[in-house]
Every structure is written in C-alpha cells, then in structure tokens.
Design a binder for this molecule. Structure first.
Ligand code: GLN
Length: 245
C-alpha cells in the first residue's frame, strides 16, 4: 500500500508550523510499513489530481490568500473542485479552509472570491479569535477530542450540504456564535486548528489516513496502534489546561 500526499502552496500558506501535519502523516504511515510520497505544488505548477490521495493546505494571512486568487482561477480551483467531488482526502487549515469555500469578505472590505469546493463562506471581524481551543469531532469524523490553536479574523458559516467537523468545547471555532468548528464534506476535513494539528491529535491523524486508505483500497484493516505516549501527554496536558479555563 502507498499513499501520495500533495502539499498545496507550501511557500505561501505556511503559518504556525502547519507543515508538521505532513510530517506526522508521513511518519505514521511509515511506522506501519505503508509507502508514502510527498510532493509540493505552488503557484504556476500544474496539479496532478489523479496521482494524489491526500491534499494538504495550510493557513495564511489575508494578503497571502489574496495572492493565490489568480492561480486558483487559472484552473487549479476547478481541479481542486474535481478532486473533492471524486472523494479525494483533503486536510485544510484556517486560511486553506477558507480558500475551499465560496468567498472571504475581509474585515477591511476586500471580497476574495474563492473556489466553492465546499459550501461555506467567511466574513472577517475586526476582533480576531485567538487562543488555544478544543473541540469534539462528530461521530462521522471519529468522535475524538481535539486540542489546537486558533488565530483568525474570519467567521465561517456552513451551508446545508456541509457538516461541522466538530463542536466547540472551549474557544471560538468557526465563528464564535454557533459552537460549530471546521467542516466535513465528503472526504474534506477542514478546521481552524493550527499548531500543528496532527502531532498532538494522533487519533484524528489516523482517522484521516484510514479514510484515504479506504478510498484507495476499499475496506482496509484498521491501522495498527503506535506508541503514542508522548503525543497523548501533549494532548492531555492541553486538554487539562483548557478544561480549567
Ligand atoms: N487570514 C485569515 C483570517 O484571519 C486566515 C488566518 C489563518 O490562516 N490563521 O481569518
């Protein structure tokens, strides 16, 4: 078995060590003897949607998100929509999450028309939503408690075809209003969680990897457990601190 990971816009959307998510997916596959390749695809480079099983998109500032608009409208946006509809797995963080949606109206009045691969839209607020936070993923996304860090101005609202990735336990999540956090549509996992997300949430990482293996190979054996003592210590420490907040 082998999975091909594509890191989209690694030189532009790269806040708060989001790349750590790729390293974590790679290491956790290799530890099970599953082959993995990682390729980068940025502005001006063609995207091979057939080849890749998992697409990763990190977060970025409003300015960096704006820089991508030309590249997205030059064909990559359409390719990403096709891959999403073909049940390819996506992990998108914050600015990358917003980019998969319909649009982002920034707090200072710019309208960034994004690709509409998932039916969500984002409206910027002057006050940023910043801090460590925690949410519980829905049963459809594994039903685990996720700890992370959020820093966004955008408030994201989900359309009818899109489910939340989870529900907020502490912090803001999608918009600080409806308790939802992130989005799940087909095999797209989108979240505001930086920090990186996956190193301290190994159960979510394995859920995403399992989804990709099942899409490619059909019903796959459950991934063998790994020694996650250090990862779980980091997770539980944050969970305890947030529970006291
Ligand atoms: N620029 C976006 C916002 O402020 C995304 C930020 C991010 O990726 N951390 O909402």
């Amino acid at each position: 078995m082998e999975l091909h990971i594509c890191h989209l816009y690694p030189d532009i959307l790269n806040l708060y060590g989001d790349r750590g998510n790729i390293i974590t997916m790679k290491r956790r596959l290799e530890a099970r003897g599953i082959g993995v390749t990682v390729e980068e695809c940025s502005i001006g480079q063609p995207l091979d949607i057939e080849k890749h099983d998992i697409f990763f998109i990190g977060g970025g500032q409003d300015f960096e998100q704006e820089v991508l608009l030309r590249d997205l409208s030059g064909g990559k946006g359409r390719d990403i929509r096709t891959a999403v509809e073909d049940d390819k797995v996506f992990l998108a963080i914050c600015g990358g999450y917003q980019m998969l949606g319909q649009y982002y109206k920034t707090w200072d009045g710019s309208q960034l028309d994004f690709i509409g691969a998932i039916d969500v839209h984002t409206v910027g607020a002057k006050e940023r939503m910043i801090g460590n936070y925690m949410f519980r993923t829905t049963p459809e996304s594994g039903g685990t408690t996720v700890v992370g860090f959020e820093n966004h101005s955008g408030k994201t609202y989900l359309g009818e075809s899109v489910a939340p990735l989870g529900m907020v336990l502490e912090g803001y999540g999608n918009n600080g209003e409806d308790q939802t956090e992130g989005a799940r549509y087909k095999n797209v996992f989108a979240t505001y969680s930086h920090g990186s997300l996956l190193p301290k949430n190994p159960a979510l990482c394995d859920f995403i990897l399992q989804t990709a293996l099942e899409r490619k190979y059909g019903a796959a054996e459950p991934l063998a457990p790994l020694d996650d003592t250090l990862e779980n210590n980091a997770h539980d420490y944050m969970q305890r601190r947030l529970s006291k907040a």
